[in-house]
Design a protein around this ligand. Structure first.
Ligand SMILES: Nc1ncnc2c1ncn2[C@@H]1O[C@H](COP(=O)(O)OP(=O)(O)OP(=O)(O)O)[C@@H](O)[C@H]1O
Ligand SMILES: [Mg+2]
Length: 251
């Protein structure tokens, strides 16, 4: 089996909260996984562990069969993990080209080679079929455009694993279709793509965070039919269920 990434009995705690308990998952090349779970089920924690932001308290993460312990996000990126966070991470006051090459700008004689940087940025945007201007400031881009640029960054780095947290939450239908095509092309190129998704409740509504970090209710569709090959589900640990029940009454 073409195993790219696996979690083997991974546990992550924050104080008394067990964000992920004894989680085992496997991702193979050329597959898309819709990882679902309600608020607090540990979706973002899963991503942060893979991205090198957090470290497991127990268990092993493997990449292509080899155990990995990322000290920081840069190490995870270098190992081929591209993480597209719910709160996008591009710097708004830099251009697309500057963001794509942040920290690894091409140099010649102590000077940044802007022409080469812009050319390579254009090639990267072509890969994701984005029509954005490489000189545009990221603050001018829609969420969908920013997501595409982040995926382009992962493609430039030849990432093997693209993990996206709630990727359709802020997109309209045509943007979802574009993202879907891109995900299928990454899959065809042998990448492994976990997509994290809130599990839709009985009313078909999902809580979301707005810009200020507050939660609010908004309509949300499940991933379009045919996107995912597997649908692993995360659930809150029993302690968390109990705390949520105390906070919100019965669930
Ligand atoms: N940095 C942190 N410090 C303390 N507790 C945390 C931290 N990050 C997550 N948690 C807790 O871990 C649990 C899992 O959180 P996580 O954000 O991974 O869930 P989620 O599935 O992404 O939820 P959501 O649907 O709200 O995005 C929650 O109980 C959360 O409060
Ligand atoms: Mg989350």
């Amino acid at each position: 089996m073409n195993e790219l990434v696996s979690f083997d009995s991974v546990t992550k705690r924050f104080g008394h909260t067990e964000a992920l308990g004894d989680l085992s998952l496997t991702g193979t090349g050329g597959s898309v996984h819709a990882v679902t779970g309600e608020n607090g089920a540990g979706k973002s924690t899963l991503m942060n562990l893979l991205a090198g932001v957090y470290h497991p308290d127990a268990g092993t993460i493997r990449l292509k069969g080899n155990p990995v312990k990322f000290e920081n996000p840069a190490q995870a990126r270098r190992a081929g993990i591209s993480s597209i966070f719910q709160e996008l991470t591009m710097l708004p006051n830099l251009t697309i080209a500057e963001n794509l090459f942040l920290g690894r700008e091409p140099h010649q004689g102590g000077m940044i080679e802007r022409r080469i940087m812009r050319q390579k940025a254009k090639e990267a945007l072509n890969l994701v079929k984005s029509k954005a201007d490489v000189d545009a400031y990221c603050s001018e881009l829609s969420v969908a455009e920013q997501q595409l640029v982040e995926i382009a960054k992962g493609m430039m780095a030849e990432a093997d694993v693209f993990i996206l947290d709630e990727p359709t939450a802020a997109l309209n239908a045509p943007e979802v279709a574009i993202l879907g095509e891109l995900i299928q092309s990454l899959k065809a190129a042998g990448r492994d793509i976990p997509l994290l998704r809130y599990r839709i409740g009985a009313q078909g509504r999902a809580p979301r965070r707005d810009g200020s970090g507050r939660r609010h209710q908004s309509r949300a569709a499940d991933f379009p039919h045919g996107w995912a090959d597997t649908r692993p589900a995360l659930s809150r640990s029993r302690g968390e269920e109990e705390m949520a029940r105390q906070r919100h009454g019965s669930l």
